[in-house]
Design a protein around this ligand. Structure first.
Ligand SMILES: Nc1nc2c(ncn2[C@@H]2O[C@H](COP(=O)(O)OP(=O)(O)OP(=O)(O)O)[C@@H](O)[C@H]2O)c(=O)[nH]1
Ligand SMILES: [Mg+2]
Length: 547
């Protein structure tokens, strides 16, 4: 493929993540964006009963039962000449590692706010991550069909708490039972809202848009005049949208709607198509796999999406997506090149090479074999444990993207299987889940127990559920004697001998993680501090970069 067409393929891609506090409506919005994009015919209301009326992205049993997302998922569709790769993320903070990792694969984020609640704690955290990674943000204020906060108060909250200039693209006319529609700030075009009874089978068809001054029939009392007044204030009081300020991360376009009532979704999809950036150039290193003889020193490079060589990285591993097959799928975000099925790619950090013969793209509810892919695309690569989160893949095997962090767990528990005959089975299952990053696994150097670590309690519940559901294992979690886990490494000027000295003294508290890295298990945070002072030649790390 020529350089020009490579660049053109990349430039029509929009890879974006949907982020928000729990329950803001990410999964519902995902569903309705797919609907607006023509990728599906009917949305299954979240938590609706029956197999065929469930959301596409919450596919795990536990997600369907509880109506929450516990794992990020990707969905690809073509619309209006563009290729959209949508990443739905879980909102609950116990799963935030999954969300952070997923954000590394996104070029843009849709921040969903609940119109009644505004900015919530988790919104703020996710926003910080976007800011650190220079990810531009489109704001979608959802649930207008419910009683909402004053729109100006919501915008002012964005400005003051996120230090981000809100540029309202639309403006709502009332909310809840009185929701009349919304008006496009720049043009004065009014989009009326049609309320349909909840649970009606069809998606509501909202009336055609029309100029606001001809839309009198949609208003009651002085509502239309009030909207006109508000519009005047909005035009004076808020900046007009500037796409460069948005791409630089200073400004967010603000759109409104109701995911559940399919209102405002087309406008959002248009905004993503028009403004969200295409895949950007990424910082990387040109480096030979470790332990290469006479390897030249690593060199900083920039990978352009229009480059010929296929490069990318694994940001997530998901096992058992298909209950009929014990599969393990690495989610691979392409950074450059033109991929063709059957291509051979090399893993920079291990030097291994693999033929990618059955890569998958996730189209709404179907997975299809991907014959080709370009920069920005997210592809699932089935494999038997060769690929890990954070791996960099390329044709040359010499491109290394920045690794993804693992965070030290906050809770450590001992795990046992009720049937002792299944102990071996448990090991495999725990390793599988740890490779996915559902939980972390530590194998103490002494003794046979496994210690499982998580950031939050819900992760253990997901784990227990999946161990039962996918591996047929009935497990018990027990308190462990440990409170904290720290990866250890020599401090500057120190070396292997120092690490050995420490591990020799603390052998009973030493363990290895899934990648065989040494981990110190402390009985209390006091102990972490204590050993830190006593062993200044050792670093006790709260995060570890993978890959
Ligand atoms: N009234 C109303 N309810 C909505 C709207 N959008 C979503 N909901 C409801 O809000 C609840 C949460 O929606 P989800 O889409 O599962 O929220 P989420 O953000 O994906 O939640 P997590 O993935 O668990 O963080 C569900 O009961 C939805 O039906 C909306 O526009 N209006
Ligand atoms: Mg969800």
């Amino acid at each position: 493929m020529s350089q020009a067409s490579l660049a053109q393929e990349a430039s029509r891609r929009r890879t974006f993540a949907i982020i928000a506090h729990p329950d803001a409506g990410k999964t519902t919005l995902t569903e309705h964006i797919l609907l607006a994009g023509g990728a599906i015919r009917a949305a299954g209301a979240v938590r609706a009963r029956g197999e065929n009326r469930r959301t596409r992205s919450d596919w795990m049993k536990i997600e369907k039962e509880r109506g929450i997302s516990v794992s990020a998922s990707v969905m690809t569709f073509e619309h209006d000449g563009k290729r959209f790769n949508l990443l739905d993320t879980p909102g609950h903070e116990d799963f935030s590692e999954d969300t952070y990792r997923t954000l590394t694969a996104a070029d843009c984020a849709i921040m969903v706010l609940d119109a009644a609640k505004g900015i919530e704690p988790q919104t703020l955290k996710l926003f910080e991550v976007c800011r650190l990674r220079d990810i531009p943000i489109i704001t979608f204020i959802n649930k207008l069909d419910r009683e909402a906060q004053d729109p100006m108060a919501l915008l002012d909250e964005i400005a003051s708490r996120l230090q981000l200039d809100p540029a309202p693209i639309w403006w709502p006319a009332e909310s809840g039972n009185r929701l009349r529609g919304m008006v496009e700030v720049a043009t004065g075009t009014f989009q009326p809202y049609a309320r349909k009874p909840a649970g009606s089978a069809d998606e509501p068809d909202h009336p055609e848009a029309l100029p606001l001054d001809q839309a009198g029939r949609y208003f009651e009392g002085d509502e239309q005049a009030a909207l006109n007044d508000a519009l005047e204030l909005v035009r004076e009081g808020y900046p007009t949208f500037d796409v460069n300020a948005f791409l630089e991360g200073h400004m967010t376009p603000v759109l409104w709607g109701s995911a559940l009532r399919h209102f405002g979704i087309e406008a959002l999809l248009r905004a993503i198509g028009d403004w969200a950036p295409s895949p950007k150039a990424l910082k990387a290193q040109k480096a030979a796999p470790p332990e290469t003889r006479n390897a030249p020193a690593p060199e900083d490079i920039i990978v352009q999406p229009g480059e010929e060589q296929v490069t990318g990285f694994v940001f997530k591993v998901q096992a058992n997506m298909d209950p009929n097959h014990r599969d393990r799928i690495a989610m691979f975000r392409m950074a450059s090149g033109s991929f063709k099925r059957g291509m051979k790619l090399k893993v920079q950090n291990t030097g291994k090479s693999l033929s990618v013969n059955a890569p998958i793209m996730f189209f709404a509810s179907d997975r299809e074999l991907a014959e080709e892919a370009h920069a920005g695309d997210v592809m699932g690569i089935p494999n038997h444990g060769v690929l890990r989160v954070g791996d960099s893949l390329s044709e040359s095997g010499m491109v290394r993207f920045q690794g993804l962090p693992n965070f030290a767990p906050e809770i450590l528990q001992r795990v046992r299987v009720k049937d002792p005959l299944k102990a071996k089975h448990l090991k495999k299952a725990l390793e599988g889940l740890a490779e996915e990053g559902v939980t972390q696994l530590f194998r103490p150097e002494l003794g046979a127990d496994f210690i499982v670590g998580a950031v939050g309690q819900l992760q253990f519940e997901v784990m227990a559920d999946r161990l039962g559901e996918e591996y047929g294992l009935d497990v018990i979690f027990e308190p462990s004697p440990y409170a904290e886990a720290r990866w250890i490494a020599p401090a500057e000027g120190a070396g292997k001998a120092d690490v050995e000295d420490f591990t020799g003294k603390y052998r009973p508290q030493m363990a290895v993680d899934i990648d065989q890295n040494p981990v110190f298990l402390a009985k209390s945070s006091w102990e972490t501090g204590y050993v830190g002072e006593r062993f200044p030649r050792i670093r006790f790390l709260k995060t570890r970069e993978r890959g």
